[in-house]
Ligand binder design. Structure first.
Ligand SMILES: [Cu+2]
Length: 130
């Protein structure tokens, strides 16, 4: 390989590393609250992916007395029935934390359920697992 080509490859690898290090962050409404979900990996990968959820009320204050649950599902594919998993998020400081385990690559739908005061708000997002 020529020196110039090698340099370009090295640069591309470095840039990819920077993008991956940022993680994926999505902010959406969940009923009266706003949730910001951060995934450790961008794009998410097959297997375990740590996540955090920040919940804010309408006034922008962090909510720490909610119950947060993530439901993640993959629609049925040829030769594969629909898959659905559920994981509670555990409060650490101001963030609700947990891990999703994607059993295969492809499209997954994530519902972030925030239960507070007897009411549940849901934020939905889709990710493409690599
Ligand atoms: Cu599948």
């Amino acid at each position: 390989m020529k020196m110039k080509n090698l340099l370009i490859v090295v640069l591309l690898v470095l840039m990819a590393g920077v993008v991956h290090a940022k993680g994926m962050e999505v902010t959406k409404k969940a009923g009266p609250n706003t949730v910001t979900i951060t995934l450790q990996n961008d794009p998410p990968v097959t297997g375990k992916n740590a996540f955090t959820v920040l919940v804010k009320d309408a006034a922008g204050r962090a909510v720490t007395d909610a119950q947060v649950t993530l439901v993640y599902e993959m629609p049925a594919m040829p030769g594969m029935p629909a898959m659905r998993y559920k994981t509670p998020a555990v409060l650490k400081g101001r963030l609700y934390t947990g891990t999703m385990n994607f059993s295969m690559a492809g499209p997954w739908h994530i519902s972030v359920k925030v239960m507070r005061g007897g009411k549940t708000g849901t934020a939905k997002l889709s990710v493409d697992v690599h």
